[in-house]
Design a protein around this ligand. Structure first.
Ligand code: HPA
Length: 306
């Protein structure tokens, strides 16, 4: 048995010794979006630093603890802060918390993040449901010996963002009267923001938003049989689209500004997830939720009013 399995097992055992609570949903909160965890009905918390061997986030805006509790009676475990590959952790450590939350009982993985808008129709403050991702720039979290107890050696990533959970997010945004984008998230290694040429590459590849997390976590969750979904807060336009150079402060500030709306969507979406399958009535499925007015011809990469 490799050290990866032993480490997951050890972290799981330490948490299970402290907390007897079986979550249904595992919710990962991105930069500037962590305050949601303080507003739920909290049952228990465990600081990452108190779990021997657990990777601890070093990034501003990432608190670093598990919050166990209920969101409208749905049992959840919230990661208030995640760890990123750019912090220097091996990819196995980056996805270790996901594996641990699955072992704690979570069946659903709800990933959230702050992201840069690559699609020129997007604007800072928009929300994007993750319809699919491009994770090819990252090392695979499944590299190395496979643990057959966790999942298959060659898992399919078809429909990795679960259709029903996507409906739960769509319905939640609609109920909150918040326009919702749907797009492809591209994960980059970071910590540097992309060059303008890399952002163009993301556009050519079919990306709509770019960030430094999420895809590898989605893969690890899917491998273990979790149902996965994701929501991005577009905190800035990516390099070359925005006229001003990016900085981390801007990202967290917009995340914080949007966090009440973000919280409303997430809470409603989690509530929807408690109901097994609630497909949108078929006559509604083709109707766009909101019509975003095109601001610029799609071919024009530079947006003038930013
Ligand atoms: N690039 C990468 N990651 C990000 C960005 C970005 O523009 N914004 C927020 N996270």
């Amino acid at each position: 048995m490799s050290s990866v399995f032993e480490k997951v097992e050890s972290c799981y055992n330490q948490i299970a010794d402290k907390v007897s609570f079986k979550p249904k949903v595992a919710l990962v909160l991105g930069s500037g979006l962590g305050s949601l965890a303080e507003t739920i009905d909290v049952v228990d918390t465990v600081n990452y630093g108190d779990i021997d061997g657990f990777p601890v986030s070093t990034v501003d805006g990432h608190t670093g603890r598990f919050v166990f509790g209920n969101i409208n009676k749905v049992p959840v475990v919230i990661m208030q802060g995640r760890v990123h590959y750019y912090e220097g952790y091996d990819i196995d450590d980056v996805v270790l918390p996901i594996r641990v939350m699955k072992k704690l009982g979570a069946e659903i993985l709800f990933l959230t993040n702050s992201a840069g808008g690559v699609n020129t129709m997007y604007r800072p403050g928009d929300f994007m449901m993750i319809a699919d991702h491009i994770g090819s720039f990252m090392p695979s979290p499944l590299r190395g010996e496979n643990n057959d107890e966790w999942g298959k050696r060659f898992p399919s990533l078809d429909n990795i963002y679960d259709t029903h959970l996507c409906d739960c997010i769509r319905n939640a945004a609609r109920a909150c009267n918040v326009p919702l984008r749907e797009g492809v998230y591209v994960q980059m290694k970071g910590p540097m923001y992309e060059t303008a040429a890399e952002v163009k590459m993301c556009q050519v590849l079919g990306g709509d938003a770019v960030g430094m997390s999420t895809a590898v976590e989605a893969i690890a969750g899917r491998h273990m049989g979790m149902k996965v979904c994701g929501l991005s807060c577009i905190t800035n336009m990516a390099c070359g689209i925005s006229k001003t150079p990016l900085n981390h402060m801007e990202v967290t500030e917009v995340g914080e500004k949007m966090s009440p709306t973000f919280k409303n969507i997430v809470v409603k979406a989690v509530e929807n997830m408690a109901v097994e399958e609630t497909p949108i009535a078929s006559d509604e499925t083709d109707i766009p939720l909101f019509n975003f007015a095109p601001v610029e011809d799609v071919s024009g990469a530079i947006i003038d009013d930013m």
